[in-house]
Design a protein around this ligand. Structure first.
Ligand SMILES: [Zn+2]
Length: 288
């Protein structure tokens, strides 16, 4: 691929924004937004606020999320975005994961999945989690070429967590892991001047399997810089938590179309309660 080309790996899974969008980050002064072509301001919290990821295109940089001694995730984005993010009060606070009402368990025929260990109500937060990685949805090829090196900025344990996730695009290496597991995030909510749509990969949330009748949704909390898995309806003890990998518009498509999209991006034939069995309905399916 030629350097400088823009590639859109695929539309990220749907995500909704949750939580206050106001806060210190949203009060950034207009002058901060004008810093995009200037060196980053000195930070009282980090001696080395972020590192150049790309010596050629100096506008792309990375910033660790969480305590600087052991970051939980990386944000790879434009320098101007990271300058905005650097002012966020949660950017260097440790927050790995808070499991409210979900467990990681083996799910028959699907490997690991998320299961609720007790009854949960509609709107309940099942887990909150820091992303392992956030990058723009449209990724430049020069960033892709350095993707594995960029991940080395994560501590070993977090790199291993990332590497252990499902990958339906193995020829793309680590980037295939991100493509397989990422969700679209309204990452810049509350940060005036934020550029571009971004997608994030989460260690646990990424384990949620798909259903065309999902029981949960991923929501981004711009106040604490965490993803939340939120129940869309009451769920009973032992029920698997599934999200939709398709957009709301795609969910309205006929079964055959939904199955085609899911196969193209995730390489599985959906047999959820809406799609029915691939064997009884045929791969196209008759259900809606
Ligand atoms: Zn389905």
């Amino acid at each position: 691929m030629r350097r400088g080309f823009l590639v859109r790996p695929r539309p990220a899974r749907e995500c909704v924004t949750q939580g206050p969008t106001t806060g210190p980050a949203s009060t950034s002064s207009p002058s901060k937004q004008k810093l995009s072509s200037s060196p980053p301001p000195p930070s009282p919290r980090r001696s080395k606020p972020f590192e150049e990821a790309d010596p050629i295109h100096r506008s792309v940089s990375l910033l660790p999320l969480g305590a600087s001694s052991s970051p939980e995730g990386l944000v790879i984005s434009f320098r101007s975005n990271l300058e905005l993010l650097l002012a966020h009060p949660w950017v260097d606070r440790a927050f790995l994961r808070q499991c409210e009402a979900v467990e990681l368990r083996a799910v028959e025929g699907k490997g690991l999945g998320l299961v609720v260990p007790r009854e949960v109500g509609e709107g309940e937060v099942l887990v909150r989690e820091r992303p392992l990685l956030v990058i723009p949805e449209v990724v430049r090829t020069d960033v892709l070429q350095q993707f594995e090196q960029l991940l080395e900025h994560l501590p070993l344990g977090r790199r291993q967590a990332f590497g252990g996730m499902h990958n339906v695009h193995p020829t793309e290496g680590a980037f295939g892991v991100h493509r397989t597991n990422c969700v679209g995030l309204d990452f810049g909510s509350g940060m005036d001047g934020w550029r571009g749509a971004h997608a994030g990969t989460f260690e646990w949330i990424g384990r949620a399997n798909h259903s065309c009748a999902p029981g949960a949704v991923v929501a981004w909390d711009g106040e604490t810089l965490t993803g939340r898995l939120v129940a869309l309806r009451p769920m009973s003890e032992g029920e698997e938590v599934r999200i939709s990998y398709l957009s709301p518009g795609e969910l309205r498509l006929p079964t055959a179309e939904r199955r085609r999209l899911l196969w193209e991006d995730y390489r599985f034939v959906c047999e959820c309660e809406r799609c029915g069995s691939a064997y009884t309905n045929g791969l196209g399916g008759d259900a809606s």
